[in-house]
Design a binder for this molecule. Structure first.
Ligand SMILES: C=C(O[C@@H]1C=C(C(=O)O)C=C[C@H]1O)C(=O)O
Length: 356
């Protein structure tokens, strides 16, 4: 018993030291904030944050686990940044969506997260500078791309400043936590698609209803035990529901990738990604000729999508992600050559790669 008390006393002493150091650190962040404001520089610097996480991980001697260093420092940085200015972040709401979770994962709990009801509103909010950044979903590892997000980049001046990966798990939940009460299941079309096998096996006689978000489904389920939602754990907590069945998705390895959009153009970190969009002439070999520029510089392409241009029938806009930063020599050179073989090229941003 005495030993337990002694150890706790030691922990108390260490916590006091940590708190003292956190305050020392916060003072420096405030100083840096003043300089950035004077020089009109962005307060949030993702490249610096990434460098901090990477450096601490590389010098960690343990037993504190490497994989939680980022979580702890994410919150320290988030709270410190709020001393410079509370970061306002718009996201695809309502509260409890996976995008909400992604926003917290990236910006920490001290940021003010503002739920908006659709992807266009998030773009508009950031474009009109009503907040610093926006968080929107871009693709799911099982369902593919979120077309609406890709299309928004056609007419937007916003840049991609970051990406966030979130492992997605879907749970069936209602007010009572009892399967026999359920007559209808609500969810987002992507979530329903990801649970197709489970639903056809277990919910044949239950009506499935599509709504605009998993959180909206949870909100509806809050009022009536005969309505269940397929949603995230966050929605369960947010709306006071009980889980009927956990992880009902058909496949594991289900990740959603989110983008952070804003006017910030992050510096290179050595582990970055660049997103571009372009259009081509309707000629044999034009895509091949253009993409050759990346192969010649040994640049890995991590994604390619095409979308109708919406300007003219059967004309397409291509979206490509490549490894590297626009300030890396090979990327610069490749894009220079690439631009000679396309009709239109727009750089959507270079940003630190998200952790999977
Ligand atoms: C202190 C700074 O501002 C912010 C806060 C950081 C921190 O708490 O370490 C790091 C990067 C910035 O997002 C900085 O730019 O160095």
């Amino acid at each position: 018993m005495d030993r337990l008390n002694d150890l706790r006393k030691e922990i108390d002493k260490i916590d006091e030291q940590i708190l003292k150091l956190l305050n020392e650190r916060a003072k420096l962040v405030i100083e840096i904030g003043k300089i950035k404001k004077e020089q009109n520089k962005p307060l949030y610097v993702p490249s610096r944050e990434k460098a901090i996480y990477e450096r601490l991980k590389s010098i960690n001697t343990g037993p504190f686990p490497d994989e939680y260093i980022k979580n702890v420092f994410r919150e320290i940085i988030s709270a410190s940044l709020s001393l410079e200015e509370v970061q306002k972040i718009a996201y695809l709401g309502p509260e409890g969506t996976f995008t909400h979770l992604a926003g917290i994962k990236h910006f920490g709990l001290a940021a003010k997260l503002i739920p908006l009801s659709n992807i266009s509103d998030v773009f508009e909010y950031v474009e009109k500078k009503r907040c610093a950044y926006g968080v929107i979903p871009i693709e799911n590892s099982l369902e593919g791309v979120v077309n609406h997000t890709l299309d928004m980049f056609m007419d937007s001046a916003l840049k991609i400043c970051g990406e966030i990966f979130l492992e997605v798990s879907h749970h069936l939940m209602n007010l009572s936590g009892k399967f026999e009460d359920i007559r209808k299941i609500y969810s987002h079309p992507h979530a329903i698609a990801q649970c197709r096998k489970w639903l056809s096996k277990n919910a044949r006689n239950i009506t499935i209803v599509e709504v605009e978000s998993t959180a909206k489904a949870a909100e509806i389920a809050k009022g009536d035990a005969s309505v269940a939602a397929i949603a995230s754990e966050m929605a369960e907590i947010q709306y006071g529901l009980k889980i009927v069945e956990k992880s009902i998705e058909d496949y594991t390895n289900n990740y959603t990738r989110f983008l952070v959009i804003g006017f910030n153009e992050p510096a290179k970190t050595g582990n970055d990604k660049t997103s571009i969009m372009f259009s081509l002439a309707h000629k044999a070999g034009s895509l091949y000729n253009a993409l050759k520029a990346f192969a010649e510089e040994n640049i890995n392409m991590t994604k390619i999508e095409s979308r109708p241009s919406k300007r003219k029938a059967w004309e397409y806009i291509f979206y490509v992600d490549i490894d590297g930063h626009i300030d890396d020599e090979p990327v610069k050179k490749a894009l220079e050559n690439f631009s000679k073989n396309v009709n239109m090229l727009k750089i959507l941003g270079s940003y630190p790669k998200g952790e999977k």
